[in-house]
Ligand binder design. Structure first.
Ligand code: 5CA
Ligand code: ZN
Length: 416
């Protein structure tokens, strides 16, 4: 698929410490240790509705990872999927009388425009589930060779007992796994399965459902195997980070690790499993199925500066659960205006050392499991000093470039 145009990312002087991130599998903050080319897979959208603040928070968080690695001199191979065939799309199509392909195309385009406006660096590979079907077929055949697949009325299931490490990502007990599996697309109660947690790898064609003719029969891919097939084809085993929101820890990332590790007899699928918190509205997780959504595109249409949306998201730590409120956005708009005013006024070369110190603090805070509130506070202090001194004691160029490169926030916009 075509992704969106890339923003410019300025090169900054110097460098920071290695990026440390919380890994759900080891339940620790550990340093990432990418090779010259860092490899990251972030689970993409299911395009049946527009991008909401929860999605935006997740993709901006992983954009911070990419930006930090770029600043450290790595190239980054970033891969993102689009789940452009799955039950929610077909349900939306049936409910609205539209073609599922039109919904997927339209919502993926809208997502891309939202990401571009938010200055999210695009993935190098942006791959739809439909495009990945040949790789899925290959993966299922490899799992079959390992004896990890069985058939139930034409559907193919993965046998979770074939993975002795099952549970390594989520560490949940079985009753919790069963509850989440049922809530998040699984079918624990289907009669005839060997184990209630076994996930679907291939769904045989049903009347009125789209299906593809493959060596596995006429049907469509399961969800977890889609991300495994795309990640292994583009990145291979042992890539640096698999990312997504916390609702993907189980079953999605647990099953993905399991499929990949059984299939390849290798470990690990990903070196870090990194999960963002859930953004809520009015006390509930923001989700398409609940319908309590604040859309990025609506805010942009209403004239909200995308830099303010980004700052509203970055004002929260990526792992915390938080609520979207009009006050969060208003606070970010004020902050952006202050920073822009400070950057516009600050023309004193005498302030270079304080600007470079600010950059050091930003890198230090970001390297510590993406402490964006800490990085923002460093710029607040710099801006306050710049405005207090009427700009004479501050170098605006370095800080503006640091905001641009590390935070993706443009200080040359309106108000500057
Ligand atoms: N297509 C699958 C992943 S392969 C999927 O989960 N799609 S999604 O559209 O439901 O979500 C896209 C991403 O946004 C996921 O990483 C998900 O964890 C994240 N996400 C969804 N809702 C929220 C929310 N309320 N807060 C934070 N992140 C969210
Ligand atoms: Zn995924």
């Amino acid at each position: 698929m075509q992704s969106w145009p890339a923003p410019d990312v300025p090169r900054l002087p110097g460098g920071g410490p290695p990026l440390r991130l919380f890994d759900s599998a080891t339940e620790q903050i550990r340093p990432t240790a990418p090779a010259a080319e860092a490899r990251i897979y972030v689970c993409g959208i299911t395009p049946y509705d527009a991008t909401h603040m929860g999605h935006a928070a997740t993709y901006v968080a992983f954009d911070m990872v990419q930006r930090y690695w770029l600043d450290a001199g790595h190239t980054v191979h970033y891969v993102q999927n689009v789940t452009d065939i799955d039950d929610p799309l077909l349900e939306r199509a049936a409910a609205t009388g539209q073609d599922w392909r039109d919904i997927a195309r339209r919502e993926t385009e809208l997502f891309s425009r939202d990401m571009e406006a938010l200055r999210v660096i695009p993935p190098r590979d942006f791959i739809g589930a439909v495009e990945s079907i040949p790789w899925v077929v290959d993966c299922v055949q490899r799992l079959r060779e390992r004896g990890a697949v069985y058939e139930l009325d034409g559907d193919l299931y993965f046998d979770v007992t074939s993975d002795r490490l099952f549970g390594e990502v989520s560490h949940l007990d079985e009753s919790e796994m069963l509850r989440l599996f049922g809530e998040r697309g699984g079918d624990p109660g289907r009669p005839g399965k060997r184990h209630a947690l076994d996930p679907l790898l291939w769904r045989a064609a049903r009347p009125d459902e789209p299906a593809w003719d493959t060596a596995l029969g006429h049907g469509r891919p399961g969800w977890h195997i889609e991300c495994v097939a795309i990640a292994l084809d583009t990145l291979g085993m042992g890539f640096d980070v698999q990312g997504g929101g916390r609702d993907l820890v189980f079953p999605h990332h647990e099953m993905g690790a399991s499929h990949a590790e059984v299939m390849t007899a290798d470990w690990p699928f990903a070196r870090h499993y990194v999960h963002g918190g859930m953004v809520g509205l009015d006390g509930e997780k923001m989700s398409k199925s609940r319908g309590n959504l604040v859309f990025v595109s609506r805010l942009l249409q209403a004239g909200v500066d995308p830099g303010a949306i980004r700052l509203a998201l970055l004002g929260q730590h990526y792992r915390s659960d938080w609520e979207w409120t009009p006050q969060v956005l208003a606070g970010a708009e004020d902050r952006l205006a202050r920073w822009r005013a400070a950057a516009a006024e600050a023309d004193g070369a005498a302030g270079e050392s304080s600007a470079l110190r600010t950059l050091d603090v930003m890198r230090d805070r970001l390297s510590d499991d993406l402490d964006t509130p800490g990085a923002l506070a460093a710029i607040d202090r710099w801006a306050q000093e710049a405005l207090r001194s009427g700009g004479a004691a501050a170098d605006g160029r370095v800080v503006a470039e640091a905001c641009d490169a590390l935070l993706g926030v443009d200080l040359t916009g309106p108000g500057a």
